[in-house]
Design a protein around this ligand. Structure first.
Ligand SMILES: NC(=O)c1ccc[n+]([C@@H]2O[C@H](COP(=O)([O-])OP(=O)(O)OC[C@H]3O[C@@H](n4cnc5c(N)ncnc54)[C@H](O)[C@@H]3O)[C@@H](O)[C@H]2O)c1
Length: 434
C-alpha cells in the first residue's frame, strides 16, 4: 500500500531518500526551510551533484508522486509518515548539534493531527529517539504516534545505488504497527532480499555510529601501515591486497590516502567519543583514530616540504577538492586542511575540481586561484598535488603536464598514478605507502 510521506530536510540524505521512497510507489513531499532550495527543486533542478539522482527525480516528479514545499507544517499535517533528514553537524566540543532535529520535532508536536510514524534518518546520538518521543508527547499532549530509528548508510557519489541496493536496512522500533508501516514502505527492498535488522531504538542508533567508526578505523589502520611501508621500503598496495584476501578482514576500505573526510566520519567519530564520555565508557580506540586522521592530513604537506623545501612563494596546483570522487561535497575534505596549510606557509594555490568549485569558492574566496581544467591548474606550478581520486586525474596527459609545469614534483595522495610511468616523464613522484 502506498503511504503518504513527508521527508524533512532535502540535503544529500533527505533528497535521495525522498526520491527513492517515491520510486517505491509512495506519495512523498520533501520539505526544507531553505525556500531557494525548494524553488530550485520545483523548477526541476537538483541542488547537489549525485550520479543518477536527476533521472530518478525527473521520473518521479513526472509520475505525480514527488513534491517539494517549504510549508513544513502543512506537509506534516498531510502525511502519515514523517522522515527527519536534517543535519546533525558537530558542535565545538565534538557532540552532535541537535538543534535542527529539535526544530523539526517541535513542528511535528504542534501539528500532530492524527496517527503518525516519526522516522529519524539523521544520525543522532543514543537516546535521541526516546527523547523525540517524549518531546512530541509533551508538545502535542497526545500519544497517537510512534517513533522509529532508521539510520541511513548511503555513500555520497553512490547514493542512488546504495538507496536501491542497500547492504542492510536498520529499523529501530517499539510498536508492531510502526514496524508494519516501515515494512510496507520498504516492500520493494524485501523483494530483492535485502537484509532487514529490526531492533530497539538504542541499538539502531548505535549501529550507525559503530559502522562509521569502524570504517574510519579501517582507513586509518591502512594509512598508518602505509606510513610504515614508506619507512621500511614496503608496498602498501601489496600489503593491503594480501590482507584483504583474508575473509575475516575483507578488501574494502584498505586504500591508503590523505585521511578520511566528508560529512560523516569526522563528525560521527567525534560524537561517538562524546557519547562514550556521557556513559563513562572510554572510546580510546576511536579517539586515537581521530588524532591519527588529523596527523595524516598534516603529513601530506610535510611530504611536499621534504621534497620542495620552503613553500613560500611556490605555486602548488591542487587537483581535487571534494572529499572523494563523484561528489561536490567538501565538508571536512582533507583538501581543506592541505590548502589551509599551504596558504599558512605562504604558497600560492591553483585549484581544480570537476564538481566542487562552487563549494570551494565559499570556503576559500579569493585566497586561491580556481581554474577551468586540470591543465590550467598545473601551468607554471612548482608542484602538483592530487587530493581527490577523480577518474579524469587518473588519465592525466603527463607529457602536457610536464611541458606546462615549472617544477617537476607530483604528490599523489591517492596513489592514482603509476610511479614508474610518472618518473619516466621526468617527475619526482611521491605517493602514500609505496
Ligand atoms: N551525507 C551523507 O553521506 C550521509 C550519510 C548517512 C547519514 N547522514 C546523516 O543524515 C543527516 C543529514 O545529512 P545531509 O548530509 O543530508 O545534511 P545536509 O546538511 O546536506 O542537509 C540537511 C538539510 O536540512 C535542512 N534543514 C535544516 N533545518 C531544517 C528544518 N528545521 N526544517 C526543514 N529543513 C531543515 C537544511 O536546509 C538542509 O537542506 C545527518 O544526520 C547526517 O549525519 C548523512
Amino acid at each position: 500500500m502506498a503511504r503518504k510521506i513527508a521527508v524533512i530536510g532535502t540535503g544529500y540524505v533527505g533528497l535521495v531518500s525522498g526520491v527513492g521512497l517515491s520510486d517505491f510507489g509512495n506519495h512523498v513531499t520533501c520539505c526544507d526551510i531553505l525556500k531557494e532550495k525548494i524553488d530550485l527543486l520545483n523548477s526541476g533542478k537538483i541542488p547537489i551533484y549525485e550520479t543518477g539522482l536527476q533521472e530518478h527525480f525527473d521520473k518521479n516528479v513526472k509520475s505525480g508522486r514527488l513534491f517539494f514545499t517549504s510549508d513544513i507544517e502543512q506537509a506534516i499535517c498531510d502525511s502519515e509518515v514523517i522522515f527527519i533528514g536534517v543535519g546533525t553537524p558537530p558542535k565545538e566540543n565534538g557532540e552532535a548539534d541537535l538543534s535542527q532535529v529539535e526544530a523539526v520535532v517541535k513542528a511535528i508536536g504542534k501539528n500532530l493531527n492524527g496517527y503518525k510514524v516519526i522516522v529519524t534518518k539523521s544520525t543522532v546520538p543514543i537516546g535521541t529517539n526516546r527523547w523525540v518521543k517524549e518531546q512530541i508527547a509533551k508538545e502535542s499532549g497526545k500519544d497517537c504516534f510512534d517513533v522509529v530509528s532508521n539510520p541511513e548508510f548511503l555513500r555520497e557519489g553512490k547514493a542512488i545505488q546504495d538507496f536501491f541496493h542497500p547492504d542492510r536496512v536498520v529499523i529501530g522500533y517499539e510498536s508492531e504497527k510502526a514496524k508494519e508501516i516501515m515494512s510496507d514502505i520498504y516492500r520493494s527492498l524485501f523483494l530483492f532480499e535485502t537484509p532487514f535488522i529490526f531492533c530497539s531504538l538504542e541499538t539502531a542508533e548505535l549501529i550507525k555510529y559503530s559502522s562509521n567508526a569502524f570504517l574510519a578505523t579501517k582507513i586509518m589502520f591502512i594509512n598508518q601501515i602505509a606510513n610504515l611501508c614508506e619507512a621500511v621500503g614496503a608496498d602498501v598496495h601489496q600489503v593491503a591486497k594480501a590482507m584483504g584476501k583474508d575473509g575475516r578482514i575483507g578488501s574494502k576500505f584498505l586504500h591508503p590516502g590523505p585521511g578520511y573526510g566528508g560529512s560523516c566520519f569526522p563528525k560521527d567519530t567525534k560524537a561517538l567519543v562524546e557519547i562514550g564520555k556521557k556513559y563513562q565508557v572510554e572510546m580510546s580506540l576511536v579517539k586515537t583514530v581521530i588524532t591519527a586522521n588529523e596527523a595524516q592530513k598534516e603529513r601530506m604537506v610535510q611530504k611536499l616540504e621534504k621534497i620542495l623545501g620552503s613553500l613560500e612563494n611556490k605555486t602548488i596546483a591542487v587537483l581535487g577538492l571534494a572529499f572523494k570522487m563523484e561528489t561536490d561535497d567538501m565538508r571536512d575534505s582533507p583538501a581543506i586542511v592541505v590548502i589551509e596549510n599551504l596558504l599558512k606557509k605562504k604558497a600560492k594555490v591553483k585549484a581544480h575540481d570537476p564538481q566542487a568549485m562552487e563549494n570551494a569558492r565559499k570556503i576559500f574566496g579569493s585566497q586561491i586561484v580556481y581554474t577551468a581544467n586540470e591543465y590550467e591548474a598545473v601551468k607554471d606550478a612548482d608542484a602538483l598535488v592530487i587530493m581527490t581520486e577523480w577518474n579524469e586525474y587518473r588519465s592525466l596527459d603527463l607529457k602536457s603536464v610536464k611541458e606546462v609545469m615549472k617544477g617537476n614534483i607530483i604528490l599523489d595522495t591517492r596513489n592514482l598514478l603509476d610511479p614508474l610511468t610518472v618518473k619516466n616523464f621526468g617527475f619526482i613522484y611521491e605517493g602514500v605507502g609505496r
